[in-house]
Design a protein around this ligand. Structure first.
Ligand SMILES: *Cc1c(COP(=O)(O)O)cnc(C)c1O
Length: 245
């Protein structure tokens, strides 16, 4: 497809997403400014990301380090004046920690203290890498993230999260989660409510961060996520269309 046609398609889709976010914000009495829309650009080409950039998007998310490294340098070079903010949203293998730091402006998917230790090793001086802790609050065994689906696992997670100030170059800003993939999007709501409740608890017991960021909501469930307090939405298909692998 010609890239001009592709850009028009993205512009239309983005308009719809923005409208849905506006409606959800209004319904929840929230300000649109509180919510960052991140375009998840995994599997998309440099030219497609470029088209989305022209539609006004500045936050992009990738879920695989190698794929990101193949696209990010070229895009950053083209847009040094008005740069893209790159979000790493997928699982980071410890051996890819240094490569993740090389492109990501924020990592949403810190899922172990061992990974934190590894990231810290490659940071120095004034470096402060924004970090979200990924939680599995739905109890699905297929998911990455610190388990926090019941009281016991939450207590264990809090003990791990207590260690984060040991890593002075990691700036913990909040939490991330993925809802179960279900047809009925109302089933995503309890997951998002749970993440917010955990956040409120962390504010009490671990005040080293204000825990202000909640990264939750994807194509299927971002409207519900906005209603439940999301500050970062990770939306791929609703902006770019279905993925072809
Ligand atoms: C792919 C992905 C998304 C976006 O999913 P869509 O259904 O395309 O909106 C969000 N978060 C993570 C971690 C992903 O891997």
């Amino acid at each position: 497809m010609a890239i001009e046609r592709r850009e028009e398609e993205i512009r239309e889709r983005l308009g719809q997403v923005e409208e849905n976010i506006a409606v959800a914000c209004a319904r929840a009495g929230r300000d649109r400014e509180e919510v960052t829309l991140i375009a998840i650009s995994k599997t998309r080409s440099v030219e497609e990301i470029e088209a989305a950039y022209r539609c006004g998007l500045r936050d992009f998310g990738e879920n695989r380090v190698d794929e990101a490294l193949g696209k990010v340098p070229e895009l950053n070079e083209r847009h040094s004046e008005d740069p893209i903010r790159w979000h790493m949203v997928g699982h980071v293998q410890r051996r890819k920690a240094e490569d993740a730091i090389a492109f990501a402006n924020i990592i949403h998917s810190l899922d172990s203290i061992r990974l934190a230790r590894r990231l810290e090793r490659f940071l120095s001086g004034d470096d402060r890498l924004p970090i979200l802790l990924e939680l599995n609050v739905s109890g699905e065994s297929s998911k990455y993230g610190f388990e926090a689906s019941d009281d016991d696992s939450l207590a264990a997670f809090i003990e791990e999260a207590r260690q984060m100030p040991d890593f002075p170059h990691l700036d913990v800003q909040g939490l991330m989660t993925m809802a179960p993939l279900v047809e009925d999007l109302e089933l995503a709501r309890p997951t998002f409510q749970r993440l917010r409740q955990v956040r409120d608890r962390l504010r009490e017991v671990l005040p080293y961060s204000d825990w202000s960021q909640l990264s939750m909501g994807m194509t299927n469930d971002y409207k519900v996520a906005v209603e439940e307090g999301a500050t970062m939405l990770r939306v791929g298909r609703a902006i770019f269309g279905e993925r072809e692998y």
